[in-house]
Design a protein around this ligand. Structure first.
Ligand code: IPM
Ligand code: MN
Length: 363
């Protein structure tokens, strides 16, 4: 047995599978987590809770207090996905599953969403981008997660229903803490921060840029670059290797990270860590993929890689995270992959992929 040097031996995890493919992919990530704990001699304790559309159906709200209480007393949250088509096409719905995710982020104080973008050698040819552009691309998107238009008020409709408004708000404190976090990660990586905004149009972006200009000199060893979001959208696909740490506000980060996922070859590959004041949440960036629900075809790798981030970020267990990544790479090299990344060969099921990875880890 590979005993880790780390002192934390008991892992208390809240498991929130959510909606759609959430339960299927989280089951695989949980099995992988169990296998890693067995291998390294850690004790895993976990409890399930509801969130999203299934929570609305069960108790009338998407992020019930019992779920929040469990998250608060846990060391980490493993999260699947939320969303249900029955709400997507009903703009009049009073309660929406997504509100549960937003409330969870807000109530847990998760102001930073970290989305590492890397390539996998066996997937390079699956990307719509040319291999020489993406081979070796490795950057980190840091998305502000509890401010901006997602949370700004007022938000709503005029009485006649014909005018709608959202409000984008950022405070100095919110911008400062996320920028300092970006510099911290850049210091551990390739020492470059790209601050993405729309300062030529938006007042909030001008605040971001001003604070960026104030903070940059505090980190002389790190290169700072300012970039408008439209230009960044282009650069991500044109020259992804030019980024190291990209930091941006909530909505820009939501959009740019879906775009960045094509570099990895599939949206089904991109994990994330949401960190901040209370318990961190680890979740794939893809959604609930309702068309695939219950079919055992969804790619579990983004969630399994989110479990790797959980070991590293929530528990400081670096070897454990590395073993998961090694197993994921090995599964792709062995072509044990789901249909989204299978070439013309056989596509394996969600459970096949999960079991292969568990066996790799346990051997
Ligand atoms: C994400 C998702 C969410 C977001 C949705 C489901 C509310 O797209 O985590 O990127 O927009 O933040
Ligand atoms: Mn998104």
């Amino acid at each position: 047995m590979n005993k880790s040097k780390n002192s934390i031996k008991i892992l208390n995890i809240a498991v929130l599978p959510g909606d759609g493919i959430g339960p299927e992919i989280v089951e695989q990530a949980l099995n992988v987590t169990k296998a890693v704990c067995n291998k390294f001699g850690h004790e895993l304790k976990y409890e399930f809770a509801i969130v999203g559309a299934c929570a609305i159906d069960a108790v009338g709200e998407p992020y019930p207090k019992a779920t929040h209480d469990l998250c608060m007393k846990s060391d980490a949250v493993l999260f699947g996905a939320i969303g249900d088509p029955k709400y997507d096409n009903n703009p009049a719905a009073k309660v929406r599953p997504e509100q549960g995710l937003l409330k969870m982020r807000k109530d847990l104080g998760l102001y930073a969403n970290i989305r590492p973008v890397t390539t996998f050698p066996s997937l390079i040819h699956k990307s719509p981008l040319r291999a020489e552009l993406i081979d070796g691309a490795d950057f980190m998107c840091i998305r502000e997660l509890t401010g901006g238009m997602y949370f700004g008020r007022p938000q709503g409709r005029s009485e006649d229903g014909n005018t709608a408004y959202d409000t984008c708000v950022y405070t100095r404190e919110e911008v400062e803490r996320i920028l300092h976090l970006a510099y911290k990660y850049a210091g551990q990586r390739n020492k470059k921060v790209t601050i993405v905004d729309k300062a030529n149009v938006l007042a909030t972006s001008r605040l971001w840029r001003q604070i960026g200009q104030e903070i940059a000199p505090q980190y002389p060893e790190i290169e700072t670059e300012f970039m408008f979001v439209d230009n960044a959208a282009m650069r991500i696909i044109q020259w992804p290797k030019s980024f190291d740490v990209l930091v941006t506000e909530n909505l820009f980060g939501d959009i740019l990270t879906d775009e960045a996922s094509v570099i990895t070859g599939s949206l089904g590959m991109l994990p994330s860590a949401s960190v901040g004041i209370h318990t961190s949440v680890f979740e794939p960036i893809h959604g609930s993929y309702p068309q695939a629900t219950g079919k055992n075809i969804a790619n579990p790798l983004a969630t399994i890689l989110s479990a790797a981030l959980m070991f590293e970020y929530a528990f400081g267990m670096i070897e454990e995270g590395a073993l998961i990544r090694e197993a994921v790479t090995a599964s792709m090299d062995a072509k044990i992959v789901t249909e989204d990344i299978a070439d013309n060969e056989k596509a394996y099921s969600t459970t096949d992929v999960g079991e292969w990875i568990v066996n790799y880890i346990s051997k």
